[in-house]
Design a protein around this ligand. Structure first.
Ligand code: SF4
Length: 467
């Protein structure tokens, strides 16, 4: 067992755990599963710092390592299967040389002075077979092995054969236990198709368990509709069909996550990163006399606490008090309830107030304006690495590869659409910034590299017209 810490996040040596999710430019709920895993791992008390990072929203995967306080970092992909993201996108965005399948013990590399352990996605861990069984027991506490079949439902994709391996392994393992008359893996998007489940189960009762990361459109709508399920228990002909909740949201997933961290060797504490410590010392010093960052106002209190609120709310005394762990969800939407994948786009919601301790100030700012403090500090030190557009474009793959063909007017058009609503100054596009909020300029928010929302807009402009 890893030791349980009494006061996380304050020690001079420690480990940072970064939980990576896919996220979305459109849907705020997409990050919920990864966020829940991060919360659960934080609550375990086994890491001095637990951060989140996403591919399609902030905190951004590309900047994740800069926000890690410790030089010993474990990166855990909260994905249900292996594939394009876990094998190509995440390692590439982290600055890893490694591309391709991650071995059972993970991959360890030095990146920018940090020792980074990258694990496999949790879905492939053998412990997930027990989670699957727990989901089956929840929906059907007792079953007759001779008269019951297990159907493990996966999404499947023809683009990567390995995405189904975890599901097939789990079904095969359970087929060999004698707990079921039959155990099969069926898929939504490739054969053998889930809609053919009667062919594979004869006249047996059936327990169906979705091998999905979270509840969503598939688990709640398409699967029940296409498979003829009316709820957790359906009568179909003479047999009963039990429909379980997805494996990814089961609390025991935490055990698989912790085992992956151990197996990847990320258990030894590391020293604090000096650049990171300097950034947060600078922030705290600036905040100790009152600080405005974009649309955020920070006021100090003599007891060492800080008040955070929208700058437009400084005169209000009817604000809703938020805990630090509520800030991410609240500031992730604007006042109309729209998702804010890039947190520095104008539209920080109003009506809330967070009173946070010195220790929690970092977590609070990670929620409101992720990575900004580290980048502003690096800018002030002349150490911010700016990535020009052609480098960002050159490393894109898959559907985004076409952005390499973007002309200057197309890039300019995307910037007008996306960056004009953002409080950051796009240094990557050659714009000038003299100083930052750390030095008294509230709108001095540097942007060192085009974000995925901008890249996505460029890709959209280059879409082939449909016939
Ligand atoms: S690329 Fe544009 S929209 Fe994205 S963070 Fe930078 S300035 Fe903001």
């Amino acid at each position: 067992m890893l030791p349980v810490l009494s006061s996380p996040d304050t020690t001079p040596r420690g480990r940072t755990l970064i939980v990576v999710g896919h996220g979305s430019h459109l849907n705020a709920d997409s990050a919920q599963a990864a966020c829940a895993h991060a919360r659960s791992l934080r609550a375990s008390g086994q890491f001095e710092e637990v951060l989140e990072a996403y591919w399609k929203e902030e905190p951004s995967l590309r900047q994740a390592l800069h926000t890690a306080r410790y030089r010993e970092v474990t990166v855990l992909p909260a994905f249900i299967s292996e594939g394009y993201f876990t094998e190509q996108v995440i390692p590439r965005e982290l600055g890893f040389d490694h591309q391709g399948r991650v071995p059972a013990g993970g991959v360890t590399q030095q990146v920018n002075g940090k020792t980074v352990h990258y694990t496999r996605p949790y879905g492939v861990h053998p412990a997930m077979t027990d989670v699957l069984l727990s989901r089956a027991r929840e929906v059907c506490p007792e079953w007759e092995a001779q008269t019951t079949a297990l159907v493990v439902l996966g999404h499947g994709t023809r683009r990567n054969a390995r995405s189904r391996e975890a599901i097939e392994n789990a079904a095969q393992t359970l087929a060999g236990t004698g707990l079921f008359a039959r155990a099969v893996a069926l898929y939504l998007d490739e054969p053998p198709h889930a809609t053919n489940w009667p062919e594979f189960t004869g006249d047996l009762d059936v327990i169906m368990v979705p091998f999905f990361a979270s509840e969503g459109w598939h688990t709640q709508e398409t699967i029940p509709a296409e498979l003829g399920l009316s709820g957790p228990v359906s009568r179909i002909g003479d047999r009963r069909v039990y429909y379980a909740r997805p494996v990814g949201t089961h609390p025991d997933v935490r055990s698989a996550l912790l085992q992956l961290v151990r197996e990847a060797g990320g258990t030894a504490p590391g020293t604090v990163d000096e650049a990171h410590a300097h950034a947060w010392d600078s922030l705290e010093k600036a905040a100790s006399v009152g600080l405005t960052i974009g649309e955020l106002r920070i006021e100090p209190f003599p007891d060492g606490f800080f008040d955070l609120r929208n700058t437009a709310d400084v005169e209000r005394n009817d604000l809703k008090a938020l805990r630090v762990d509520e800030l991410n969800a609240v500031t992730g939407r604007d006042d109309a309830g729209n998702h804010r994948p890039i947190r520095t786009r104008a539209g920080l919601p109003r009506g809330w107030l967070a009173n946070v301790s010195r220790v929690d100030l970092r977590r609070a700012l990670h929620a409101v304006y992720p990575t900004l403090t580290e980048e502003a500090s690096a800018f002030e030190e002349g150490a911010l690495k700016v990535t020009p557009w052609h480098e960002t474009a050159a490393r894109q793959s898959g559907l985004y590869r076409r952005v390499q063909r973007a002309t200057p007017p197309q890039l300019q058009s995307a910037r007008e659409t996306i960056c004009s609503g953002c409080l950051r100054t796009p240094l990557w596009a050659g714009e000038h910034l003299s100083t930052t909020f750390l030095n008294g300029h509230p709108r001095g928010l540097p942007c060192a590299e085009a974000c995925t929302l901008l890249v996505s807009e460029v890709a959209h402009l280059l879409e082939e017209p449909q016939p």
